[in-house]
Write a protein that binds this ligand. Structure first.
Ligand code: BGC
Length: 339
């Protein structure tokens, strides 16, 4: 009898001990919206790179802060060691930060940058993204290559008035990338000396369908010819191109299934991201150019950082730099055919 009691006591205490020591090793990755093609690609890289390194589980907030809050609330109860968050509303990140800090759970934000004040509110917060200015500067280099001398424009100035008539497709209002990309492209081109006539800034929330509708509507209203389309991302650039093709602003005159810039009818459209959907448009000359928003590199960095936080590794020994102990920036680069 005594033996049985001892056995039961030992088993119970072992069970309790293992209960106390049990660690939740799954790291949640909470995305703002998986229908966003850029985010979906980013997610796929992360899940692929995680294999054999760290157990990551993705959650989709369906572009709703309410849903995201519910997901995070229920996850926090499971005491994860870390959360990776792509916030729906980057301006509201403080609520999430507050809850995580109370439980001492570090956060890595990706792609949608919380404001400085929130990022500075705790030392266990990280942001991984790309410096938005950079993407617009690379776009401006493509415009310079197309339009040449600002005081003696190339043939891209179709009406020969010395002014570039352009349309800008803007992402979601308040998103750091939409705000900065839009402001910097205009500033850069003006600083270079171009005279711009902005026919419209179409706010299309990063979405291809909205850009398609926006361009269709614009073409009904516009009396002036568009000479340039700048888009904050590829998805909107492709929507705009689809609408322009339907409205015969792109014509494959020699019917060789591509837009030859010296023969066919076309309008330069420049995007950002380098998503897979854009590749056929780039290769066939419909999309003049794009800038890679390098989620492939970001994904590798994310896995390295996650492992380092989990293992308490000294963050100064990692393969990338962490600015102010918080920010990791991955540079944009121009898309070249072989990419
Ligand atoms: C990308 C967009 C994407 C957005 C989502 C941006 O950095 O360029 O394509 O829709 O992030 O937050």
């Amino acid at each position: 009898m005594k033996k049985i009691i001892i056995f039961v006591l030992v088993s119970v205490s072992l069970f309790v001990m293992s209960g106390c020591q049990s660690v939740n090793n799954t790291i949640p990755l909470i995305l703002y919206d998986e229908t966003d093609p850029y985010i979906l690609e980013f997610k796929n890289y992360i899940l692929e790179d995680a294999i054999g390194n760290v157990d990551i589980k993705a959650y989709d907030s369906q572009n709703s802060q309410l849903i995201q809050n519910e997901i995070i609330e229920s996850l926090l109860d499971d005491q994860p060691q870390l959360l990776i968050i792509n916030p729906v509303d980057r301006l509201g990140a403080y609520t999430i930060i507050d809850e995580a800090q109370k439980r001492d759970i570090p956060l890595i934000f990706i792609n949608r940058e919380p404001i400085k004040k929130d990022m500075n509110s705790w030392d266990q917060l990280y942001y991984l993204g790309a410096p938005a200015e950079n993407s617009a500067i690379i776009q401006s280099e493509m415009v310079i290559e197309l339009f040449g001398n600002p005081y003696n424009l190339s043939d891209q100035d179709k009406n020969g008035d010395g002014v570039i008539q352009l349309v800008i497709f803007k992402g979601e209002q308040g998103h750091q990338d939409a705000e900065i990309r839009t402001e910097v492209i205009v500033d850069e081109l003006e600083r270079y000396g171009y005279e711009l006539e902005i026919l419209s800034i179409e706010i299309c929330d990063w979405q291809r369908d909205k850009a398609y509708d926006g361009m269709n509507k614009l073409l009904l209203d516009l009396e002036v010819e568009i000479e340039l389309v700048i888009s904050n991302n590829d998805a909107m650039a492709l929507g705009a191109i689809d609408a322009m093709v339907e409205n015969e602003l792109f014509i494959d005159i020699d019917e060789n299934d591509r837009i030859d810039h010296d023969i066919d009818t076309w309008i330069p459209v420049i995007g950002i991201d380098g998503i897979a959907d854009a590749t056929p448009y780039l290769e066939s000359g419909y999309l003049y150019g794009t800038v890679i928003n390098d989620s492939q590199t970001m994904s590798l960095i994310l896995i390295e950082l996650t492992q380092a936080i989990l293992n308490n590794t000294d963050l100064t020994t990692l393969s990338f730099e962490i600015e102010d102990g918080k920010y990791i920036w991955v540079d944009y680069k121009r898309y070249e055919e072989e990419d």
